[in-house]
Design a binder for this molecule. Structure first.
Ligand code: GLP
Length: 263
């Protein structure tokens, strides 16, 4: 795992957007995994700017969402599809039919089919080249809450109350409006991506980041599954790095990283 500690959230976004930009320039038909939440927003803003400056085209990219709420009407502004369109893809040249997310609109039986179909779509696209990730306060990735199987695939999950309270800010602070159920890529699905890029900033992420990076591999901290991945990059600002025991080593390793190894 590579840990990149930056001065602040903007520098973290610069590092993350740089990695995505380099990938898409090199492989214009790259398959991206997109995350929602507030952590990746500055990264998306930089990608939009790079597109507007003519440096970056997403015309041949395919993009897959990590997760989706169950039961929100298709046009609900807080569905993750609507969120990612509003915050990112509507502002670049990614054709809307090249953006896919799990379909959380059906009945119970349909949700299972939707989950299997989603896995098949990712496989048919050749797998995800780079999966952007955030981390929840309880260590979740996507919507894989603690105790999610480390081998799980896209499926229905029930949110913890912590996550519902955290996400109420997107629903006018009305926790009752936050769906209880979601479809999420499983941890096994996420681990299949060729490069994992987790971005976390701010003091509230210090604890989950430390547990994920330096704690034991455990289903109680789904993000600790990154320890299993051969190419996982964790980009964090100083505040999110505050509880890392080996922060100085990560800084030292990054400062002396050979040029050929740059992500
Ligand atoms: C949600 C998303 C996750 C995200 C997490 C953290 O639960 N499903 O993908 O990582 O929120 O969000 P934020 O970045 O807003 O702290």
């Amino acid at each position: 795992m590579e840990i990149v500690i930056t001065a602040d959230a903007e520098a973290a976004a610069e590092a993350a957007a740089g990695a995505i930009e380099r990938l898409v320039v090199k492989h214009p038909n790259a398959v991206l995994g997109l995350a929602t939440g507030s952590s990746p927003l500055p990264t998306y803003r930089r990608l939009i700017a790079a597109h507007r400056e003519g440096r970056l085209s997403f015309a041949s990219v395919r993009a897959f969402l990590l997760d989706e709420y169950v039961g929100l009407p298709a046009d609900h502004p807080e569905s993750y599809r609507a969120f990612i369109q509003r915050e990112f893809t509507d502002h670049v040249d990614l054709p809307s039919d090249r953006l896919q997310g799990p379909d959380g609109s059906g009945s119970d039986a349909e949700l299972r089919t939707a989950a299997d179909r989603y896995e098949a779509s990712i496989t048919e696209a050749g797998g995800i080249d780079l999966q952007l990730l955030g981390i929840g306060r309880d260590g979740h990735i996507g919507f894989n809450e603690p105790t999610s199987s480390l081998g799980s695939r896209t499926r229905l999950k029930t949110l913890t109350e912590t996550t519902r309270v955290d996400n109420a800010r997107f629903f006018d602070d009305d926790v009752d409006a936050v769906p209880r159920h979601v479809l999420t890529q499983g941890i096994g699905t996420i681990l299949d991506a060729r490069h994992l890029l987790l971005v976390a900033t701010g003091a509230s992420k210090a604890e989950p980041v430390a547990r994920a990076v330096e704690g034991p591999l455990t289903a109680m901290v789904p993000a600790s599954a990154l320890q299993l991945h051969p190419r996982a990059t964790v980009v964090i600002d100083k505040k999110a790095a505050a509880k890392l025991i080996h922060a100085n080593y990560y800084r030292h390793a990054y400062a002396h990283k050979p040029e050929w190894q740059r992500f």
